[in-house]
Write a protein that binds this ligand. Sequence first.
Ligand code: PLP
Length: 394
Amino acid sequence: MLKPNMNYKNLKDSYLFYNISQKIKAYLAEHPNSRIYRLGIGDVSLPLCTEVINSLHEAVNDQSVKETFHGYLPECGAPFLQEKIVKYYEERGVKISADEVFISSGASDNLGDILDLFDASSTALVIEPAYPAYVDANIMAGREIVHLNSGIENNFLPLPDDTVKADLIYICSPNNPTGAVYNKEQLKLWVDFANKNGSIIIFDAAYEAFIEDDNLPHSIFEIEGAKTCAIEICSLSKTAGFTGTRLGYTIISRELVREDMSLHDMWVRNRTTKTNGVSYIIQKGGAAVFTEEGQKQIKENIKFYKENAKILTKTFDKLGIWYCGGKNAPYVWIKCPKGMTSWEFFDYLLNEIQVVGTPGVGFGECGEGYFRFSTFGSIEDTLESAKKIEELLS
Ligand code: PLP
């Protein structure tokens, strides 16, 4: 009799977004003419920029002509896109080679697949509150998870100490859900810790493009020593609106070796076995993100989301509510007022002013009592929500 992967039995049901949608549904059933202000969404709302759209159209045309038609591309990525990403890193002083850049269909795919490279007996440290995929992907693989809680006392940026033991270490900076960002000195402590213990950092840089403070690192590879202990996973989803178009990349240095095995070579072998690469059309669209004009245009979109962040953070400043994020990230993470739990605050906002956000406890137990606002919505909804929040809580 076939035995399924019994680790799936250990997954906790995720009711977060289901509960949110059920609560909204129930509210609308009772108040059918109400308008809901959605500040909970993790998806982008602006379309792809013109530079990307033009490149996608050109690539479609290429596929219609024998001379420019492309069949299979190299499994690990098209050199024209890998080279653009190499230059993007070079501008920040990071030297990588094109064959260390692996093009993917988005960060999620690689966050899960990368676990193929590690023995099931290795432990995974997840800094919580966290993007839920880290925990679930490791549970599916039967791995032991070490939860490292963060909180106001460390500005949601915990640092390693000798009591922390783990083989894989997940770091998401800028962070979803908290919007907190590690500085170079703090990341250096994690890099030194990983090198000392032989651990590997899985660095999720999905929100790097939202960093506006010049001194904050966009990439773990800006930190000396990271090439021997880190894998960086990145996405164009939020950077350039590719949530529905699907494109990302993963960087593994040739210097990353454990037990005489090159993680880079293992990943090449993995990709060439398990994928046939990302489509030519999408990679062409992605290459346009890294042109001068593409960068200008995506920064305009990010600026738009940052306006939403400013509207929210100004309101919380006025109300004296503790928050982090917003400045270098598209999320604003607040401490629920009046000692409310995350779900109590959710219900309060929905019932009183029809504003919807995301309860912090959905990202791990230490998120209880906190709440995430997303800045990916419309400016009209954000302005109206901020006004209503101010009236409700002052
Ligand atoms: N990593 C983080 C921290 C995210 O918040 C998300 C999406 O919300 C992803 C990865 C997934 O990105 P992608 O759309 O490229 O799969």
